[in-house]
Write a protein that binds this ligand. Structure first.
Ligand code: GAP
Length: 441
């Protein structure tokens, strides 16, 4: 138990994590009873908790702990005019090629001229394929009723810029943050929930005076990098990569990605971009509304630049699972353990009566009742205590609280810590305070 958690992760880590996700109820293939549905996934009881904790951790860091960022929850179903102005209708495309041999379709920029399915190099010319999901609002399917599922949450923040400015009295530098679903008709969804057609994003648009944009770009690179470290991604599995000029999105003057060392290599968790005044100016020109800031003190009127940290919640959740996964030995017995930060773990505490004995269960339920107001708890009475510890280790529960026969005498319980497996006796009276203190939020 002295090694760095996850130091010697297995070669088939991805397979093991995917199996664990299915077996323990983190992530299920969607519509599984019908044979699954095109790389879509459902988040099970534990996955729903973990994903919520990832999003809550982001919201605490980006909104709750700051006085210069406010929240927003904009519509997913959105007007074509938004995507016309933002450039997504014309630019949000991937290069699509067909293999003439096996007829599979691929993203040309991901396969280097060879079909990964059959090895043929006989591919069609690349053509631009738009990633937006189109639908119709109302019963009639015609041009006038076209709507799009948003491919990013960002535009909701831009089109509400003046609404937020007027209702919050914020002034640059300030940000608008949003967490929610986005949809992209990806040509090749892959690597479990890394790239899917339906996914969740955590984005923030930070509006600044244009001259200050480079400074704030650097600031957000640092802040965002630190967020992943603070929540337990090891430093050697995290890096920042600056985009070359030919990689930049149509709206960006500078972009850097926070990358994680996935089992298949370095890949993106989050993009931090200097979007300049591209979006506000584009929406201003298309709508005729002035999207600018008037600084009463200086008498200056300007269109702010935007620094955007844009992260994927579902993708980040997967990175946290991969980084936390470990197999070790406790007392000569092998176990699987997720070294998840307590703030992310689906359950923070499991309350375990030593036996189903009718005198232990009521006291255990009383203990559960004390802990539930402060954190998410599991309650498990089945099988041996050793097996129950293993089950909690496997889903990352940082603390197990065992109620035994002595508890009836001394009013104390055993608290077992996941990573060290150390056990201490704690009076029930002070248990909630003790656990609360250990769960630093
Ligand atoms: N508003 C800017 C924007 O959307 P992006 O780099 O395209 O930038 C931001 O997306 C983040 O959203 C990515 O870093 C990734 O974590 C996540 N993301 C993007 N496409 C995804 C997909 N198909 N599946 C899962 N996550 C995705």
């Amino acid at each position: 138990m002295t090694e760095e958690p996850g130091a010697d992760q297995p070669d088939d880590l991805m397979e093991r994590v995917v199996n664990l996700c299915k077996r323990r109820g983190f992530i299920f293939p969607s519509a599984e009873i019908y044979g699954g549905f095109r790389s879509t996934y459902d988040y099970g009881p534990l996955g729903a908790l973990l994903l919520r904790n990832v999003k809550d951790a982001w919201w605490r860091a980006m909104v709750q702990r700051r006085d210069d960022v406010v929240g927003l929850d904009a519509a997913i179903l959105s007007a074509p005019k938004i995507w016309e102005a933002s450039g997504h209708l014309s630019n949000f495309t991937d290069p699509l090629v067909d293999c003439r041999s096996c007829h599979e379709r691929w993203r040309a920029d991901k396969i280097e001229g060879t079909c990964p399915n059959c090895g043929s190099t006989d591919l069609t010319e690349a053509r631009a394929f738009n990633l937006m999901f189109k639908t119709f609002a109302g019963p009639v399917e015609e041009d006038a009723t076209v709507a799009y599922l948003r491919p990013e949450t960002a535009q909701g923040m831009f089109v509400n810029f003046v609404n937020v400015l007027q209702t919050t009295r914020k002034k640059p530098p300030f940000g608008i943050a949003q967490v929610g679903k986005s949809f992209r008709n990806e040509i090749t969804p892959q690597n479990f929930v890394f790239r899917t057609r339906e996914f969740e994003q955590m984005e923030m648009e930070f509006f600044v005076p244009p001259a200050d944009a480079p400074k704030w770009f650097e600031y957000w690179l640092d802040e965002r990098f630190r967020w992943y470290l603070d929540l337990g991604i090891p430093a050697d599995k995290l890096r920042l990569r600056h985009h070359d000029a030919d990689e930049l999105s149509h709206y960006s003057a500078a972009t850097a990605d926070v990358e994680f060392l996935f089992p298949w290599g370095w890949d993106e968790l989050e993009g931090i971009a200097n979007r300049t005044d591209f979006d506000l100016k584009a929406h201003s020109a298309a709508s005729g509304e002035k999207l600018e800031y008037f600084d009463q003190a200086s008498g200056e009127r300007y269109v702010p630049y935007v620094i955007e940290p844009a992260a994927g919640a579902t993708r980040t959740m997967m990175a946290f699972l991969l980084a936390a996964y470990d197999e070790d030995e406790v007392g000569g017995e092998k176990r699987t353990v997720l070294h998840l930060d307590p703030r992310l773990a689906p359950y923070q505490v499991a309350v375990l009566p030593l036996s189903k004995n009718e005198t232990l269960v009521p006291l255990s339920r009383q203990v559960l009742g004390q802990l539930q107001p402060i954190c998410m708890c599991d309650f498990d009475v089945t099988q041996s205590i050793g097996k129950r510890y293993r089950r909690q280790d496997e889903v990352g529960t940082p603390f197990c609280v065992t109620v035994d026969f002595e508890s009836l005498e001394d009013g104390a319980v055993t608290v077992r810590e996941r990573d060290t497996t150390e056990q201490v006796r704690v009076p029930i009276e002070t248990l909630a305070a003790e656990i609360g203190g250990r769960l630093r939020r």
